[in-house]
Design a protein around this ligand. Structure first.
Ligand SMILES: *Cc1c(COP(=O)(O)O)cnc(C)c1O
Length: 421
C-alpha cells in the first residue's frame, strides 16, 4: 500500500470502528454536522494574531490584528466571546487557548509568579496533571500543595483544606478536577481565599457542558475568580480551551494568551465553538439534564448487578461520570482492555486509595455518559450497557461474543441530538 492509501485507510478504519462502539471516555464527545462544517471551513487555513483593542462607536469589539483577511473572523471571535459571557455569566471570555491545559497555563502565566505555590487535588484524588509540576504548572515553576480529601464524600475535605490553605498560602486555589462526581466547595473556600489574597481558579474542563446547561454548580457566581475549561468534554464543541474571568483580570489574561502563549489560535476551533455555544444556548438544559439522568441510571444498574460503584449513599453521581472500583475483578487495566475488545470504550483510573505506583493497573474505571447522550441514548440504553459490562467484568463472558450485541445496540444511535442539523 502506498503512503496515501495507508493513511486514508487508517482514517476510514477509525471512523468505522468508533461508529460501532459505545464511546464512554469521560473527556470525549463528538460534534454536530454544523460544528464539523466550521472545523473544516476556510477558517482552519487562516491566521488572526492580535488582541482585543476595545469597542467602536456602535459598541462592536475591535481587534488589533497583524494580518489582513480577518474582518469576518473578527465577527466570529466577538460572537464566541459574547455567547460565552452570556451562557457562563462571566464578565469576560478569552477564546484563544488551544486546549484546556493551555487555558490553565494561560492563567498561571497571567496570575502567578515563577516559583509560586498553587493548591489542588492530588492525581489519585482526581487532580489533573496540568495542576502539577509534571505539566503546565511546572512550566511556570509552580509547586503544588495537595488538599485533604474525604474518600466517602469523594470531595475536598473543607475544614482540613482551609487549614492547609491558611498555613501554606498558595497563590492560586484550584478547584475542579478529572474524577468529578460532585460539585466542589467554591463558596466554602472564598473566605480563606480573600484572607490569604489568593485567586480561585475553577477548572471546568470536564463539566463545562453541564454548567452551560445549568445542571451543575455555577462557579463564577459562587466565588471563583477565573474559570478555565476544555471545549470538547461534556461541552460538545471542537477540541480547544477557554478562560472566563472577572473584568479585573481581563487584561492580564488576554496578554498571557496573546502574545504570551499563543501565536495563531486555531480559528476553525473558535468558529466551531461558537456553533456549539448556539446549540447549548437552545438545547443545553435538556442535554445536561439527560446526561445526569443517564449517569444515575447507569450507576444504579451497575450497582444492582453487583459492581462496586462508588458513592451509593450519595446517589452515585451528579455529573456525567460513574466510577467503579474493580480491584477485586482484576483491576482497571484488565477490565478496560476486556471492554475495549467488546467495543465498550472506557478508561482505567486511579482511585483516591491508590498510590501513583498503581498507575499501570489502578483500582478503578471511569465511565462518562455525555457522548452517548449526545447521540440520543436514554436510561433504557444505560441499563442495557450495564448488563453488557457485567457479562464481561463479572461473568467473564468472551468480549468477542458481547461485541455483536454492542454493535447491534449502537446501530440506532449515530445521529447527533441537541443541535440544529
Ligand atoms: C482534560 C483536563 C484538562 C486538559 O484539557 P486538554 O483540553 O486535554 O488540554 C485540564 N483540566 C482538567 C481537570 C481536565 O480533566
Amino acid at each position: 500500500m502506498d503512503s496515501y492509501n495507508e493513511v486514508m485507510n487508517q482514517i476510514n478504519r477509525q471512523d468505522d470502528w468508533r461508529k460501532d462502539c459505545v464511546n464512554m471516555i469521560a473527556s470525549e464527545n463528538i460534534v454536530s454536522l454544523s460544528v464539523n462544517k466550521a472545523i473544516c471551513s476556510d477558517f482552519g487555513h487562516r491566521y488572526a494574531e492580535g488582541i482585543l483593542g476595545g469597542r467602536d462607536e456602535t459598541g462592536a469589539r475591535v481587534f488589533d490584528r497583524f494580518y489582513q483577511g480577518t474582518k469576518i473572523f473578527d465577527e466570529v471571535e466577538s460572537l464566541a466571546m459574547s455567547l460565552s459571557e452570556k451562557i457562563f455569566n462571566s464578565e469576560h471570555a478569552n477564546v484563544v487557548p488551544i486546549s484546556g491545559a493551555v487555558a490553565n497555563l494561560t492563567v498561571y502565566h497571567a496570575l502567578a509568579r515563577y516559583g509560586d505555590t498553587i493548591s489542588g487535588l492530588s492525581i489519585p484524588c482526581g487532580g489533573h496533571i496540568s495542576h502539577t509540576h509534571i505539566s503546565s504548572a511546572g512550566v511556570m515553576g509552580l509547586k503544588e500543595i495537595p488538599y485533604a480529601f474525604d474518600k466517602d464524600e469523594m470531595n475536598i475535605d473543607v475544614d482540613k483544606t482551609i487549614k492547609i490553605i491558611a498555613e501554606k498560602k498558595p497563590r492560586i486555589i484550584i478547584l475542579g478536577c478529572s474524577l468529578f462526581l460532585f460539585p466542589h466547595p467554591v463558596k466554602e473556600l472564598r473566605t480563606i481565599a480573600d484572607e490569604t489574597d489568593a485567586v480561585i481558579m475553577y477548572d471546568a474542563a470536564h463539566v463545562l457542558g453541564l454548567i452551560a446547561g445549568k445542571k451543575f454548580q455555577k462557579p463564577l457566581k459562587e466565588g471563583a475568580d477565573v474559570m478555565t475549561a476544555s471545549t470538547h468534554k461534556t461541552f460538545p464543541g471542537p477540541q480547544g480551551g477557554i478562560v472566563l474571568c472577572k473584568e479585573k483580570f481581563k487584561e492580564k489574561i488576554d496578554n498571557a494568551a496573546f502574545p504570551g502563549l499563543m501565536s495563531n489560535h486555531h480559528l476553525h476551533h473558535v468558529a466551531g465553538f461558537s456553533v456549539a455555544l448556539a446549540e447549548m444556548e437552545k438545547f443545553g438544559e435538556n442535554y445536561a439534564d439527560q446526561i445526569i439522568k443517564n449517569s444515575k441510571a447507569l450507576a444504579q444498574a451497575l450497582y444492582e448487578l453487583g459492581l462496586n460503584v462508588l458513592c451509593e449513599p450519595k446517589g452515585f453521581t451528579q455529573s456525567h461520570q460513574v466510577v467503579v472500583d474493580v480491584s477485586d475483578l482484576g483491576g482497571g487495566e484488565k477490565i478496560a482492555n476486556d471492554l475495549e475488545d467488546a467495543n465498550i470504550i472506557i478508561n482505567k483510573n486511579l482511585l483516591p486509595w491508590d498510590t501513583l505506583e498503581k498507575t499501570g493497573n489502578p483500582s478503578g474505571i471511569r465511565i462518562g455518559t455525555q457522548e452517548l447522550t449526545h447521540v440520543g441514548m436514554k436510561e433504557d440504553e444505560m441499563k442495557e450497557i450495564a448488563q453488557l459490562i457485567k457479562k464481561i467484568a463479572v461473568d467473564g463472558k468472551s468480549p468477542q461474543k458481547i461485541r455483536e450485541d454492542v454493535i447491534e445496540l449502537k446501530k440506532g444511535f449515530n445521529r447527533i441530538h441537541y443541535c440544529f442539523d
